[in-house]
Design a protein around this ligand. Structure first.
Ligand code: HEM
Length: 213
């Protein structure tokens, strides 16, 4: 029974993680609109965000995304605790550090940093838009935020733990879901790395370009 509970928890962790990965592609794509010539970017970004706000289907997806983030964090804590307890209980010699990368051993730390970033990010935009109803010019809100070097640094620095977390997380999720045949191990690792690079560099570079524009 304990075995099935572990598989169940890891499957939830993998599925919620992959859902967030799909959200991140869409979110990055939308944020690339910010890099268009200024007036075009303003019109397109604001139109895009008001179109999303008026769409019931998108609202449902948004709530599923919030739930995924919360479940992902919750199950990550449970699975990490269980793994630690299992290691301490059952093995006299622990080879973890020899057999895995720094990233795979520090997924919880990286995830915690990303969660703190998401809380700050929600306060920057989500709270102002969804709770306070300030959505007249979302484009300007983003531009104004990145004029502040502190927020510029927070967003740029956060893209590093995000990229690292994804580089291990994506291949780990494929493995948990059984989509990881030993013949394709190399490809899965390359796909995860490419995805992590695009997302990490993409989210890291946008604030820098906007700051210097
Ligand atoms: C260049 C960096 C980023 C910019 C400019 C940006 C911009 C925004 C804006 C303007 C919103 C509010 C949209 C609205 O309510 O209409 C938003 C929401 C959100 N962002 Fe970001 N974002 C960035 C990076 C990230 C990253 C790295 C993550 C995750 C690690 C993230 C996760 C979210 C989430 C979960 C929401 C809430 C989405 C929803 O309510 O449906 N964002 N972002």
């Amino acid at each position: 029974m304990e075995f099935f509970m572990i598989i169940f928890k890891k499957t939830i962790l993998a599925l919620t993680g992959l859902f967030i990965c799909i959200f991140l592609i869409a979110h990055l794509g939308a944020n690339f609109l910010l890099l268009l010539p200024e007036e075009q970017a303003r019109v397109m970004y604001n139109n895009y965000s008001s179109a999303l706000r008026g769409n019931v289907f998108i609202s449902v997806i948004a709530y599923i995304n919030y739930a995924c983030i919360l479940f992902h964090v919750g199950y990550a804590i449970v699975v990490t605790r269980r793994n630690k307890a299992a290691r301490n209980d059952r093995y006299l010699i622990n080879h973890t550090s020899e057999n895995s990368s720094w990233t795979s051993q520090n997924m919880m730390l990286l995830g915690a940093i990303i969660f703190c970033f998401i809380v700050i990010h929600m306060a920057n935009f989500w709270f102002k838009v969804k709770i306070q109803g300030h959505h007249e010019d979302l484009y300007q809100m983003v531009i104004d935020l990145f004029k502040d070097p502190i927020y510029l640094a927070i967003y740029v620095i956060a893209s590093l733990p995000l990229g690292l977390h994804l580089s291990h997380g994506v291949q780990s999720a494929f493995k948990t879901l059984g989509l990881y045949h030993h013949r394709y191990v190399g490809w899965m690792a390359r796909i995860s790395m490419a995805y992590a690079l695009v997302i990490g560099c993409g989210f890291g570079i946008i604030p820098i370009i906007l700051f210097f524009r």
